[in-house]
Design a protein around this ligand. Structure first.
Ligand code: GTP
Ligand code: MG
Length: 151
């Protein structure tokens, strides 16, 4: 099974949406294999969003993501990287479909409440950036044979 890195941004945590958003991932059938609340340092923020360092919004993005606690997690499941991106919705919440997380809970691009890895390469990079090997939980979900045709 595949793993992806997902993070509830400070606005989501401050708005007490952590449980509600986590519930969406859980109900879908995804497995939480690591999770924690943390304050992101300036350095970590700049590394994580390094691909955007030349963009005009980079400064605002770094201030936003370091403005409060984030809830970081690693989710596991079949095709989980693209699945979670679809659940998250378009970068601009005004264009995000209703039923997606951003489409249901957010308005501004600069306050779009959730991050998700966009490729296998970024998932691996971001998982290693935020989590140590010791932070992963190895366990079985008892209903995997109900959720998956071939567990
Ligand atoms: P992430 O999952 O957070 O990486 O979002 P994304 O992959 O949908 O979008 P992208 O990687 O292109 O941009 C990263 C983040 O930068 C976005 O989620 C926004 O929070 C922020 N961002 C992107 N474009 C803009 C913009 O035009 N203005 C502002 N203020 N923020 C932006
Ligand atoms: Mg991105």
């Amino acid at each position: 099974k595949q793993r992806t890195f997902t993070m509830l941004k400070p606005d989501a945590v401050k708005r007490r949406l952590t449980g509600e958003i986590l519930a969406r991932f859980e109900k879908r059938g995804l497995k939480i294999v690591a999770a924690k609340t943390l304050m992101i340092s300036d350095d970590l923020a700049k590394t994580h969003y390094g691909e955007h360092s030349d963009k005009p919004f980079f400064g605002d993005l770094i201030s936003y993501i370091t403005s409060g606690p984030v809830f970081a997690m690693v989710l596991e499941g079949d095709d989980v990287i693209s699945m979670v991106r679809k659940m998250v919705g378009a970068t601009n919440p005004k264009e995000a479909a209703v039923g997606t997380i951003r489409g249901d809970y957010a308005i501004d691009t600069g306050r779009n409440i959730v991050h998700a890895s966009d490729s296998e390469e970024s998932a691996e990079r971001e998982i290693n950036l935020f989590f140590d090997e010791s932070e992963f939980c190895d366990y079985e979900l008892p209903d995997e044979d109900i959720i998956y045709e071939e567990p």
